[in-house]
Design a binder for this molecule. Structure first.
Ligand code: 3PG
Length: 393
């Protein structure tokens, strides 16, 4: 899929460019816990400023459900953006102010404070379009959302003869993830984790058409182990997904995809750092215990599969990595990916947080800023925020 990029934007000297960014950063007690998404939009913002444009930057933050939530105001993000960009950023407390301040970079208030953002409302898009001569989407993490600032707004801009293109972050994400979809170096190993298998069933189904090896850890593995007849104690299982999971496993095997599930797990009676732990067979977890990390034999099997990969896609932690007693599996996978000569791509906030915590970010070929967006892209779906930027020349 070819999309229009900054090269197709033409002359923007003196123009107002609406820059849709994904500044949806994790906050802890009001403090930005990880500024990677803010840093990721800086190259596009910088290029536009260098080309003489003035910017109206807009983003969502969290899920305020159409209401003003003071803790989700964007001003602190604006301060971080100013620092990373090395240019003043004027944050306004409204999404659609009557007039814009006379500044090179204006940051609008959280788009999701207005319910019309998530309903892809054309009147809301129209109000946003008032501010801009051109539109740039660099919010890769939101391209799977049919929301007004992602879908209706660029459509409206194009319909009125104004330009709408992708920024350099979206361009790179599409290029790298597209390469994994089309022409991955083999063997192609996908390693998926996280809590819920329901979030990843779609991507599992589509990956079975593309990967050679599918490695599944994290709590989601227990639904698969249950589907295979294992006993998982009080581990997290999505009973209503067992049939879907059985079908996915059968499809994978029919397509000759090697599927690796945990063979042992670190189990505890509760999710507490101080809880007593023991290593047990993954398909025979005693009643009253739950699996909270992959065990040592599983680490060996998984890292062995990764060591022989030509391409690796990783999304989702192997256990409750935030608690030290259950962090070893995720750390081992991060290290194995970092040590590998394969082309390594990682997505999903938790996996990225684990990688950064262990200081391994530099060892990966690509850290995707999109969690849900990268998975939906890899499912081969047509995403609203990208479809509108398709180059039909
Ligand atoms: C993300 O965090 O994946 C993106 O910012 C999209 O956020 P959302 O899942 O709340 O739409």
């Amino acid at each position: 899929m070819a999309i229009r990029t900054l090269d197709a934007l033409g002359d923007v000297a003196g123009a107002r460019v609406f820059l849709r960014a994904d500044l949806n950063v994790p906050l802890r007690d009001g403090v930005i816990a990880d500024d990677a998404r803010i840093a990721a939009v800086v190259p596009t913002a910088r290029e536009l400023l260098d080309r003489g444009a003035r910017l109206v930057v807009a983003s969502h933050l969290g899920r305020p459900k159409g209401k003003v939530v003071d803790d989700l105001r964007l001003a602190p993000v604006g301060r971080a953006l100013a620092e990373l960009l090395g240019t003043a950023v004027t944050s306004v407390e409204e999404i659609t102010p009557a007039s814009l301040p006379d500044a090179d970079v204006v940051l609008l208030e959280n788009l999701r404070f207005d319910p019309r953002e998530e309903t892809n409302d054309v009147s809301f898009a129209g109000a946003l379009a008032e501010y801009a001569d051109a539109y740039v989407d660099d919010a890769f993490g939101a391209v799977h959302r049919a929301h007004a600032s992602v879908a209706a707004l660029p459509e409206l801009m194009l319909a009125s003869g104004r330009r709408a293109v992708a920024g350099s972050l979206v361009e790179r994400e599409v290029e790298v993830l597209g390469r994994l979809l089309r022409d991955p170096a083999r063997p192609f190993v996908a390693i998926l984790g996280g809590a819920k298998v329901s979030d990843k069933l779609g991507v599992i189904a589509s990956l079975t058409e593309r990967v050679d090896v599918l490695v599944i850890g994290g709590a989601m593995a227990f639904t698969l182990i249950t589907a295979e007849g294992g006993k998982v104690g009080s581990s997290l299982v999505e009973d209503d997904r067992i049939d879907d999971v059985k079908e996915a496993l059968a499809t994978a095997r029919r397509r000759d995809v090697a599927v690796h599930l945990p063979v042992d797990v670190v189990a505890a009676p509760e999710i507490e750092a101080t809880a007593p732990t023991e290593v047990v067979a993954a398909d025979a977890v005693p009643e009253g215990l739950m699996g909270l990390d992959i065990g040592p034999a599983t680490i060996c099997a998984f890292t062995d599969a990764l060591a022989r990969a030509g391409s690796i896609l990783w999304n989702g932690p192997m256990g409750v990595f935030e608690l030290e007693p259950f962090a070893r599996g995720t750390r081992a996978i991060a290290q194995a990916c970092a040590d590998s000569d394969a082309f390594t791509v990682v997505g999903g906030g938790d996996s990225l947080a684990a990688i950064r915590r262990d200081g391994l970010a530099g060892a990966f070929d690509h850290l995707s800023t999109g969690g849900g967006a990268s998975l939906e892209f890899l499912e081969g779906r047509r995403l609203p925020g990208l479809a509108i930027l398709e180059d039909d020349a």
